[in-house]
Design a protein around this ligand. Structure first.
Ligand code: PNS
Length: 159
C-alpha cells in the first residue's frame, strides 16, 4: 500500500493542481491532498472552504482524500503514514523554492521521498494567485479552474 501526500495551500485549487493530483493518483494506491492552514499567506478562502472545494473537484477520483494540516509537513506525513510527497513543478521560478523545501524536508525526514510532476504547457504559468486576480477583475475563469471553484470565486467577488 503506497500512500502519497500532495500538499499545498489550494487558495483555491486550480486545473493545474488537479492535473498533478489526478496524474499522481495513477501512480500510487492512495493520495491524501494535504491542505495547509497557511495563515501567513492570509488565504482568500477559509481552510474549510479550501478543503471543501478540493473535495468537490476531486470527487471523481476514488483513491483521493482530503485532509487539512497545520505544522510541519514531515510530521503530518508521518501521522498519515505517507512515504512520498508528490508536487507539481511549473516554470523555472518554482525551482529555487521547491529545491529548498525538498532539501529541508529530506533533512527533517530522510525516509520521506519527494517526487515532482512537470506541469503540462497549458498550466506552466497558472497559479492560485493569478486566478484570484482574474476573479477579482471579473475575468473569464473557465479554462483555469473547475466549475465549483468558478462559482465560489464569483460569489466571493460579488460580496
Ligand atoms: O501551495 P503552496 O502554498 O506553495 O504550498 C506550500 C506548502 C504548504 C506545501 C509548504 O508551505 C509547506 O510544506 N508548509 C508546511 C510547513 C512546513 O513543513 N515547512 C517546512 C517546509 S521545508
Amino acid at each position: 500500500m503506497i500512500r502519497a501526500l500532495t500538499p499545498g495551500t489550494f487558495d483555491p485549487i486550480t486545473e493545474g493542481h488537479l492535473d498533478v493530483i489526478s496524474r499522481a493518483a495513477q501512480l500510487v494506491d492512495e493520495i491524501i491532498v494535504a491542505v495547509a492552514v497557511s495563515d501567513k499567506k492570509k488565504p482568500l478562502f477559509s481552510l474549510e472552504e479550501r478543503c471543501e472545494l478540493v473535495r468537490q473537484a476531486t470527487a471523481h477520483l476514488p483513491n483521493v482524500r482530503v485532509e487539512p494540516f497545520d505544522g510541519l509537513l514531515v510530521d503530518f506525513a508521518r501521522k498519515m503514514d505517507a512515504e512520498i510527497l508528490i508536487k507539481g513543478l511549473r516554470a523555472i521560478t518554482d525551482f529555487e523554492y521547491e529545491f529548498q523545501m525538498t532539501a529541508l524536508n529530506y533533512q527533517l525526514d530522510p525516509g520521506l521521498e519527494t517526487i515532482f510532476i512537470m506541469s503540462p504547457p497549458q498550466y506552466m504559468y497558472l497559479s492560485s494567485s493569478i486566478v484570484r486576480e482574474i476573479a477579482s477583475m471579473h475575468g473569464e475563469l473557465e479554462p483555469f479552474v473547475p466549475a465549483c471553484v468558478r462559482e465560489a470565486l464569483e460569489k466571493k467577488f460579488a460580496e
